[in-house]
Design a binder for this molecule. Structure first.
Ligand code: UD1
Length: 420
């Protein structure tokens, strides 16, 4: 198993190119199940989650190639409709194949994803919406068995709670359904917007893109002609490197990034003292010497993302005063707290609220990554800790960060990947 060894360093400097967004790529790969042609996707991030989903599609009979950020997927010979436990257990987002397979073939089985380090993460809203579209759903022996022999029918669906992959799943199912689906309380994340835009350009008329009410005009099982497209920049990767700049007080320029997707993150960094120069596809951060304490509540887009909570918590350990960080989306997303405490952070947890007293000197030690974004919080802390930090179990990090150690080395970080 690999681990990362990081020497605390006071300053970084330079430019970092942002990769394509993992969370946009996953639904867009699943979307290829709706295509009649081979689909070419550019700017794919080289991360493990993408390889996992491509492997799942290959197991189902699709032909997939991944070469230098370019992916080709041909699902014309896809015949198998069961996503088995061995893959689904490694990546919950495998649930994204349920909507498109069911819509195209009239039946689908997907292993229930099960528990997750950051909380329960049920898929009940996906299933309830598919039932409203006419699917019969059984849960048997750990599998979701869905069938709709006469095809899915458009209808009115209102999500009780905003769900990102739930919205993507239902939009893809509705794309091949008969008639119009109106989805209320839909997610508005840029990754969902890109999925809707590509479908819209491929013959599925979608109204309300980027709003909470999506109207999807299904093609009644006619497969789509999907032209080549490029994945949007990863706003969470970008936010993580902005935090790396802020915590080390370094001027860094991000390239191939979209600032408009980072509104809440940039505004919190401004509150903490950073200044920004922004162009159409670059962001330069000029952090302040003193970091100000902050109050953050995670919420759905366009509010502050839960996927940036851990990184801001690490940053708050270096802020002057008391920061309060409230997690509203996942009940158990504070596993990084105990690891940061081991590095010397002063953090108290009360339910879903973390109170961080700063500024504290952090010291390097052995720590363990517990989930994807928790891992990056430990990297940030290690960058400013006194001495050496070894971060174990970085397979979590490899699921979602493309070439993290190379990108950080390029701006001067002392970071190495080693074998246990
Ligand atoms: C997606 C992102 C993940 C991000 C999360 C929230 C992908 C691949 N992953 O995850 O990085 O942290 O959005 O922004 O895009 N819920 C239910 N029932 C459901 C579905 C969800 O109760 O059927 C709850 C969840 O437990 C959670 C909340 O809704 O409390 C939001 O979850 P959701 O938006 O579905 O997260 P994911 O799509 O899994």
């Amino acid at each position: 198993m690999d681990y990362l060894q990081i020497e605390g360093i006071k300053n970084l400097n330079g430019r970092i190119t942002i990769s394509g967004a993992k969370n946009a790529s996953l639904p867009l790969i699943a979307m290829t199940i709706l295509a009649k042609n081979q689909v070419s996707i550019k700017n794919m991030p080289d991360v493990v989650d993408i390889k996992t989903l491509l492997k799942l599609l290959s197991n189902l009979g699709a032909q997939c190639t991944f070469n230098k950020k370019n992916v080709l997927v041909d699902t014309s010979k896809l015949t198998e409709t069961k996503a088995t436990y061995d893959i689904v257990k490694t990546m919950r987002a495998s649930i994204l194949v349920l909507g498109p397979i069911l819509a195209r073939f009239g039946h689908c089985e997907v292993s229930l994803p099960g528990g997750c380090a950051i909380g329960q993460r049920p898929v009940d809203l996906h299933l309830k919406a598919l039932e409203q579209m006419g699917a019969k759903i059984n849960i048997e022996a750990g599998y979701i068995q869905a069938s709709a022999p006469k095809g899915l029918k458009g209808c009115e669906i209102s999500f009780d709670k905003i769900t990102v992959t739930g919205t993507a799943n239902i939009v893809m199912a509705a794309a091949l359904a008969k008639g119009k689906t109106v989805l209320t309380n839909a997610a508005r994340e840029p990754e969902v917007v890109q999925l809707c835009e590509i479908l819209n350009a491929s013959g599925v008329k979608i109204e309300g893109i980027g709003t909470a009410i999506l109207t999807i005009h299904g093609t009644n099982k006619e497969l789509l002609d999907i032209q080549e497209f490029s994945i949007i920049p990863d706003r969470i990767e970008a936010g993580t490197y902005l935090c790396a700049a802020a915590i080390t007080r370094s001027v860094i320029t991000l390239e191939k990034v979209k600032a408009s997707h980072l509104g809440a993150v940039i505004s919190k960094l401004e509150e903490m003292g950073s200044k920004f120069d922004i162009t159409e596809d670059t962001i330069t951060i000029h952090p302040s010497k003193k970091i100000k304490a902050i109050k953050i509540t995670t919420q759905e887009y366009p509010a502050f993302p839960t996927d940036m909570q851990a990184q801001f918590l690490a940053l708050a350990t270096q802020a002057e005063g008391t920061s309060i960080i409230e997690e509203r989306l996942f009940e158990n997303r504070f596993m990084h707290v105990s690891e940061l405490q081991r590095m010397g952070a002063s953090i108290s947890l009360n339910g879903n609220i973390a109170t961080v007293n700063g500024k504290t000197e952090l010291s390097g030690t052995d720590v363990m990554a517990t989930d994807l974004r928790a891992s990056s919080a430990l990297v940030l802390a290690a960058l400013v800790a006194e001495g050496t930090t070894n971060i174990h179990r970085i397979y979590h990090l490899d699921r979602g960060y493309d070439s993290l150690e190379k990108k950080l080395q390029n701006v001067g970080a002392k970071i190495k990947r080693l074998k246990e």
